[in-house]
Design a protein around this ligand. Structure first.
Ligand code: SAH
Ligand code: F3S
Length: 483
């Protein structure tokens, strides 16, 4: 999620919507697919796979204009109520498009689909297909079934709803990801078994299931061969990864990181999201041993109050979090840390909130996401009494967000004079003498350089701070191409 996972530029907040961008050229004779993605990077990843899949199976090409599309897909998020409500208001707009074009096919996938199932079609009967996060690989068959029954009378039509959790078969049916640029996301696991008391994810995406090790490594090796230099490993709880090995053993997340960093070409490694409880010493050691791992970590904590953490069923105290971060910063003093916070959880008192506020100050986070608690049907926290008035919650949220914003600005300002490792990603659109890349902490770095360096890593000394997310610098060293 949304959620959010999460960071300036490196990730996005749960509330943002994105439209999956086309990589193909325009051709009016070709059938067009429009995908709107809500929520987290897992959904972003899934949307790209849907586009690849329908491109391969039915020749669909992505468009950014829903009006010219033959099929509209909405990949939904249910992490907070607002996100869920947005689905139906957006569908109302799509209904109008279908009134003008009765052949238009509308599909709803993602976590709201998973939660609502055929209720979606009860509320929005013009929706043709409903599929869940674990059944999106069956889209081509669903589409064929839909076409087969287009001519049939309404009473003979079967409802196309598939929101089951058929283990991990999804990945066996998805085509190899297409590559754009030098960065790629690789999903290593699905679902979550942590059952935090406020969260719908275990219900909408199912329990944790890891992809087999060889599949993950083969996908990354393939991406590296196509020029990818930075990999972001994705999952709701990546440090719960337990991938089956070829020999029938189990590979843990720290072991996976070590194996991925041995793949020629992979010069930088990120991952999101992990849980503090399983943020093990072995994982911390990876930061000592693997230069590919960025000095940037998104580690959601949710609250700085032990009482609230307990009610959230996070299963750790703030001391555990503080201790782990201290160990990590000992190895990587330049570590940029970000987190998620839920404000106004049922029972959160002024004192609890002040503990969280102080915790945010003490931990010196870079960027963090914060949300007002949203009651999700079916979760244990939905049963808790919630007496805090909405305006108190809003006040708390704005206090936290103000601090977080100032803290990000301070972190960017502190980059002045520092040396940053940058993945050079493009030539500046405004000035062809300038190159643009990203630092470990996801800030954009601009400097004078040669276009042939694009795709390589460089050490850049930061000489000027332009904005919160943009700094200027000078080349100190260009690394040899890692391939
Ligand atoms: N797997 C990730 C997070 C998934 S959800 C983790 O371990 O934390 C992303 C974020 O959305 C969470 O970290 C939490 O801060 C927020 N979130 C989840 N459920 C929420 C709810 N019911 N109300 C408000 N925010 C919520
Ligand atoms: Fe949700 Fe907690 Fe898992 S926030 S995704 S149940 S770790």
């Amino acid at each position: 999620m949304t959620v959010q996972t999460f960071i300036p530029n490196g990730a996005k907040a749960a509330s943002e919507n994105t439209v999956t961008q086309p990589t193909h050229t325009h051709d009016v004779s070709i059938k067009k697919l429009y995908i709107e993605t809500q929520g987290c990077q897992m959904n972003e990843y899934d949307s790209h796979r849907m586009a690849d899949l329908l491109g391969d199976s039915h020749g669909y090409v992505l468009t950014t204009d829903p009006k010219e599309a033959d099929i509209l897909l909405m990949n939904t998020c249910s992490i907070r109520e607002k996100a869920q409500e947005k689905v139906f208001s957006e569908l109302g707009r799509w209904r109008k498009l279908k009134e003008h074009n009765p052949d238009l096919i509308i599909g709803v996938g993602g976590c709201v689909a998973s939660q609502e199932g055929d209720n979606i079609q009860k509320r929005a009967p013009y929706v043709d297909m409903v599929f869940g996060p674990q059944t999106l690989h069956r889209l081509p068959q669903m589409l064929d079934q839909h076409q087969d029954q287009v001519e049939k009378p309404k009473k003979d039509k079967i409802k196309l709803v598939d929101i089951s959790f058929p283990d991990i078969e999804k990945f066996d049916f998805l085509p190899e990801p297409r590559v754009e640029g030098f960065k790629a996301f690789v999903s290593i696991m699905e679902g979550c078994s942590k059952y935090c008391s406020f969260c719908v994810v275990p219900y909408t995406r199912g329990e944790e299931v890891s992809r087999p090790l060889d599949d993950v490594l083969a996908e990354i090796a393939g991406l590296a061969e196509k020029g990818v230099r930075e990999i972001s490993l994705l999952g709701q709880n990546v440090n719960g990864y337990r991938g089956e090995t070829f020999e029938g053993g189990i590979c843990t997340f720290p072991e996976l990181l070590r194996l991925v960093s041995e793949i020629p070409g992979i010069g930088r490694l990120r991952y999101t999201t992990s849980h503090p409880l399983e943020f093990s010493d072995e994982l911390i050691q990876c930061y000592r041993d693997l230069p590919q791992m960025v000095s940037h970590l998104h580690l959601p904590v949710q609250s700085g109050s032990n009482a609230v953490l307990q009610a959230m069923k996070r299963n750790h105290t703030i001391d555990v979090y503080i201790e782990k971060i201290a160990k990590l910063r000992k190895i990587r003093p330049d570590m940029h840390l970000s987190s998620d916070f839920i404000i106004g959880f049922p029972g959160e008192t002024d004192e609890h909130f002040e503990e969280t506020y102080q915790f945010i100050k003490d931990l010196d986070f870079d960027h963090s996401y914060s949300f007002i608690y949203s009651k999700r049907p079916g979760t244990p926290a939905a049963e808790l009494e919630d007496t805090t008035p909405e305006d108190v919650k809003k006040e708390r949220l704005s206090k936290v967000q103000h601090w977080i914003k100032q803290s990000s600005i301070r972190k960017t300002d502190a980059m002045l004079g520092s040396i940053q490792r940058v993945l050079i990603e493009s030539v500046s659109e405004k000035n062809p003498d300038l190159l643009v890349g990203t630092a470990d902490n996801t800030r954009l770095v601009t400097f004078v350089g040669d276009p042939s360096w694009v795709g390589r890593f460089a050490e850049i000394e930061i000489t000027e701070i332009k904005t919160l997310n943009l700094v200027y610098g000078e080349l100190l060293n260009l690394e040899p191409d890692v391939a």
